[in-house]
Design a protein around this ligand. Sequence first.
Ligand code: NAP
Ligand code: ZN
Ligand code: ZN
Length: 346
Amino acid sequence: MKSRGYAALSAGSSLVSHEFDRRDLGAHDVALDVSYSGICHSDIHQVAEEWGPAIFPMVPGHEIAGIVTRIGASVTKFSVGDKIGVGVFVDSCRTCSSCVQGLQQYCVEGMTGTYNGLERDGKTVALGGYSNNFVINEDYAVNIPDNLPLEGVAPLLCAGITLYSPIKHWNVGPGMKVAVMGLGGLGHMGVKFAVAMGAQVTVLSHSPSKKADALAMGAHHFVSTKEASALVPLAKSFDLILNTVSAELEIGDYLNLLRLDGTLVVIGLPGKPYQVHAGTLLNGRRCIAGSMIGGIAEMQEMLDFCGEKSIVSDVEVIEASYINEAYKRTVASDVKYRFVIDAATF
Ligand code: NAP
Ligand code: ZN
Ligand code: ZN
């Protein structure tokens, strides 16, 4: 299948218009016209090789919302015309203990990423969603509720599920005090979901200008972290902290904000390791945990929840030619709150 999109041709280079081929439609595949493709900070990390050696040319993009144009002979889950979404992985082994539990993102063999990796044949380079079309095995795509606008849905396929999953796993609900670190693409979805679950939500942000937006999203408190002293009064006050910050920071300053038995969930993935002092964990029986996206069933559950509650991402829709500028602005924490590429402009 002929595709047209945007790619980085080498590590750290600007993205340019790029034509390429995708695999032909298999019996269990669906082809979709991409409508919108979100820009995740993970795309930026990988183009810059901040997570280690990457594969180029790289077509990034793992927040894909589109419309089915063709279905393979054995497809049962989708029909032509359906609105569907694709997220961070396009396959997994399907048989390991994680996959059989529906936790494909933790596949023991490693999930098959939507881009910057090889497909399961071990040789085809996976190319992502910054493109006009896509092919996906039906088991790894999800249905998009009809009432939601596709541009606001695209970011749910990564940013949305990545916050929904830990919010469910740690049973966020009424009476819980939750902090969200970083009000970016992921963080703003964390605020919306934690508020929807009934928790008391505080945003910890190094961008004071985001206060009004945070409160409009339903956050109960906003704390500017520009001065480290701002955290001192918050010591021992949260049950759960969701850390979506993409940059390195003093994690101990934030662990100190957990009350007894509290957990800080690491979600942001800067290239360098965090320093954790053992004493910070012992005092208060604190936990530091991690969470990575969510499985297919949970993605569908999240989208259905969004459909019921009319939750979507706050987006800035851009043309493909703006991608490089959007990368710069995302790194500068200057996006409200997710850039989404209009795929008609590829
Ligand atoms: P984003 O839109 O750029 O948001 C990150 C936010 O972090 C910024 O908006 C900013 O919020 C804060 N921040 C950035 N630089 C900072 C600094 N130097 N000091 C303090 N705060 C800073 O990025 P995103 O797309 O939400 O992704 C966030 C991170 O999650 C990335 O590292 C990404 O790779 C990772 N990620 C992980 C998963 C997973 O499965 N765990 C999935 C997707 C992405 P304020 O302006 O409010 O401070
Ligand atoms: Zn992502
Ligand atoms: Zn598996």
